[in-house]
Design a protein around this ligand. Structure first.
Ligand SMILES: NC(=O)c1ccc[n+]([C@@H]2O[C@H](COP(=O)([O-])OP(=O)(O)OC[C@H]3O[C@@H](n4cnc5c(N)ncnc54)[C@H](O)[C@@H]3O)[C@@H](O)[C@H]2O)c1
Length: 317
């Protein structure tokens, strides 16, 4: 089975690609090395994959009209991860997010229609729930109050996908991913930033009073959920679903810092600052639907995941 993975050089994309190759899928990957974080880190992510005989990589920008014409293989399913990620920078550069995450997604869908590709997984985000007070977050609740341009683009992507499902019979799973962490994690994300600071004896600044919380989800559990989604769309017809992939176990900011500092073996000085615009107070996934449709059951408790992350981090430094 041939899978196109967009954003294959990124954190989730490279982890997913590795696992797909281990499971004997053939992977065609696209990435433009978006400058959101250093190209060198993405090249490192790709290095282990490039030698695999069942992996083909194309450096291409999904917002460019003809970018998919390089792909000569028959594609059975698309996993669309390419996006500008990150909440805070989306406030400074909203149009870049709209271009990449909405226009880029539409460009991909148009190409899929042209090629008759009917199976598709989209990486949405827990950020679409905004500052919802209803917890845990359920796929059925309203998500009309997004509080960052990034979240807006993800919610728009889900709607755009529905339109293509309706018009062109594309079978789709929209996965709302909840703060993914683990080896190769993006450098802009808190766990990696805090590990850097704690490791180098620098103070850690927390936005808010430390009680905000996130439903951190370990990369291997997310990859498992994506692969189950590929299997599900592959055997389904007239299928469109939105599914949370989280851990159903929120961790407060202060708890997160403590777990990292235990794993690193150093206690940081903590500075408290006010909450940043666009940041939500909590995320908390109801994963009943993922359990029912994908047999999803996250296996990695937070402490164990952080231990694995910190081991990987030490090996890099
Ligand atoms: N990491 C998380 O916690 C998280 C949570 C929710 C949703 N997501 C979503 O999952 C996906 C993957 O996230 P990630 O953490 O691996 O991010 P990442 O930045 O590491 O990976 C995204 C990849 O997409 C590529 N890309 C961006 N724009 C592109 C374009 N125009 N053309 C081709 N490639 C392009 C980037 O170069 C990058 O390698 C994203 O869609 C993100 O919004 C991530």
């Amino acid at each position: 089975m041939n899978i196109l993975v967009t954003g294959c050089a990124g954190f989730i994309g490279s982890s997913l690609t590795q696992r797909l190759l281990n499971e004997d899928y053939r992977v065609i990957g696209i990435d433009n090395f978006d400058p959101f974080y250093p190209k060198a880190l993405k090249e490192k992510n790709l290095k282990a994959l490039l030698y695999h005989p069942c992996f083909t990589f194309y450096e291409a920008d999904i917002t460019e009209p003809d970018c998919f014409s390089v792909i000569k293989d028959n594609i059975n399913c698309v996993v669309h991860l390419a996006a500008k990620a990150g909440v805070r920078p989306s406030i400074d550069f909203p149009s870049d997010y709209t271009k990449n995450n909405i226009f880029g997604t539409q460009n991909l869908l148009n190409w899929m229609v042209l090629k008759g590709i009917h199976k598709y997984i989209f990486a949405s985000s827990s950020s679409v729930y905004g500052n919802s007070l209803t917890v845990p977050f359920k796929e059925t609740q309203d998500v009309n109050e997004t509080i960052s341009p990034y979240a807006f683009t993800k919610k728009s992507g889900e709607i755009l996908n529905y339109t293509y499902h309706h018009l062109y019979n594309i079978d789709i799973v929209n996965l709302r991913l909840f703060t993914v962490y683990g080896p190769k994690q993006r450098p802009d994300l808190a766990i990696r930033k805090f590990t850097d600071l704690i490791y180098s004896d620098k103070p850690v600044t927390l936005y808010g009073d430390g009680t905000s919380s996130r439903d951190y989800t370990f990369i291997d559990d997310i990859v498992e959920g994506i692969i189950s989604s590929v299997r599900l769309v592959s055997k389904s017809n007239d299928f469109f679903e939105i599914i949370n992939l989280g851990s159903n176990h929120p961790i407060t900011l202060i708890e997160m810092v403590n777990v990292i500092s235990d794993a690193v073996g150093k206690k940081p000085e903590i500075i408290f600052n006010k909450m940043q615009p666009g940041d939500v107070s909590r995320t908390y996934a109801d994963i009943t639907k993922a359990g029912r449709l994908l047999s999803y059951s996250p296996r990695t408790p937070f402490k164990e995941g952080i231990t694995k992350f910190v081991e990987w981090y030490f090996a890099q430094n």
